[in-house]
Design a protein around this ligand. Structure first.
Ligand code: GDP
Ligand code: MN
Length: 379
């Protein structure tokens, strides 16, 4: 689950990290009021679940409250990476001396949180990693001990020379680590972490992603979810108990089990196609889930062929077949569909499908190759 910057800032602030004052607004008038209260120059910042807002024109400096209002009129309602801006954050403008990067991710390979810092902050860290990897220092943390002071200092010295900002950064990194662990984070990022003209180290931006699996035992964090800022199809899928991730290709995939879904996407690519989505209908599928899955897939105009790949274990093939028949009775399918079913109640499923005029394959390679070919023909 992604948090907005204003929510992430609140987590950082609660952990003791210096963040500028500021407030969130939904209208230009509110922005003007906040800017007046803050006094002096302010920055108006789009609140969407996307990075690179600065480059997209979603972060603007204003000298007066009236100017802030003017910026808000443009930023509110604009789209950044397909997301509509519903709120803006208004903060006092900082007098920036240097911009660095500080972040923590969960590294699956080492099974540890990894803290990363770079003196080349402000810009895309992916770009720094690709072009000048020597400008990034990474350090894996043993979760039994947390981020120890000497490690935090080592990271601090990679950013600054003077002891005062090094110490300040080290403290911030330890606080960031604590916030990351407490919230069940999968990513926490401060970019830029700045030094100001008067020598303070301050977090000017905050990004936080929480692992969905950590939400059940953290109701306060779960309550931060902003459904209106999420991809509507992903929301619908989550509410129906499906895992769905939108991708860029044209083969709509409907699969049971995350492993099989991954294998299916690999095979789609192997046969020269591109998956339009990852979709796992889960283990104990009922026909309703299949209906929702098909609704989500068919609503995507880039889907040129639909591929069902079901390995029946706990999932019963006849349930999936019933779902397909129900869904296709309700929705007019505009694209071809390839169905592969094997396992529990396979014979019954084939009967149900044949009665409804569909045919089913049992071989996965054959099904995937056929779906890729049909999608390619339509494209
Ligand atoms: P992002 O582009 O979505 O990562 O948004 P950021 O919050 O990181 O803002 C982008 C850039 O705007 C920063 O890297 C800074 O260079 C600049 N910026 C943001 N806040 C301030 C500020 O208070 N003062 C100044 N001078 N620049 C700022
Ligand atoms: Mn940033």
């Amino acid at each position: 689950m992604n948090l907005h910057e204003y929510q992430a800032r609140a987590l950082l602030k609660a952990a003791g990290i210096p963040v500028p004052d500021g407030d969130v607004a939904r209208t230009p008038a509110e922005v003007e009021t906040i800017a007046t209260r803050l006094g002096g120059e302010v920055v108006v910042k789009a609140q969407v679940h996307a990075g690179g807002r600065g480059k997209a024109g979603g972060v603007k400096l204003a000298r007066t409250p009236a100017e802030a209002r003017g910026h808000a009129e443009k930023i509110l309602g604009m789209t950044i990476k397909g997301l509509t801006v519903e709120r803006v954050l208004v903060v006092p403008a900082a007098d920036i001396a240097t911009e660095s990067y500080a972040g923590i991710i969960l590294d699956r390979a080492t099974q540890r949180p990894v803290v990363m810092v770079s003196p080349a902050g402000g810009v895309d860290i992916e770009e720094v990693a690709a072009k000048t990897p020597e400008k990034i220092l990474k350090l894996g943390v043993d979760p039994r001990f947390g981020l120890l002071t000497h490690q935090a200092m080592q990271l601090g010295f990679f950013l600054y020379r003077d002891l005062a900002p090094v110490r300040a950064a080290a403290t911030i990194l330890q606080q960031l680590y604590q916030a990351f662990m407490d919230a069940g984070g999968s990513l926490a990022e401060i970019n830029p972490l700045v030094t100001t003209a008067d020598g303070k180290v301050v977090a000017l931006d905050a990004k936080f992603v929480v692992d969905d699996n950590e939400l059940d035992r953290r109701p306060a964090i779960a309550a931060l979810r902003d459904v209106s800022a999420e991809n509507p199809k992903e929301v619908k899928a989550r509410e129906a108990g499906l895992s769905f991730i939108k991708l860029d290709g044209n083969v709509g995939c409907c699969v049971n089990g995350a492993g099989l879904a991954m294998a299916t996407m690999d095979l789609v690519k192997y046969y020269g196609g591109e998956p339009a989505n990852f979709l796992d209908i889960g283990g104990s599928s009922n026909p309703d889930k299949v209906v929702t899955a098909l609704e989500i897939i068919t609503a995507d105009p880039s889907v040129k062929a639909i591929l069902f790949n079901i390995f029946g274990g706990i999932t019963r093939c006849d349930d999936v077949a019933k779902g397909i028949v129900t869904a296709t009775g309700r929705l007019k399918l505009a694209v071809p569909m390839v169905i592969r079913l094997t396992g529990t109640n396979e014979e019954l499923a084939v009967q149900i499908l044949e009665q409804a005029g569909f045919s089913a394959l049992t071989d996965m390679d054959e099904a995937v190759e056929r779906a890729v070919e049909l999608a390619g023909r339509a494209a």
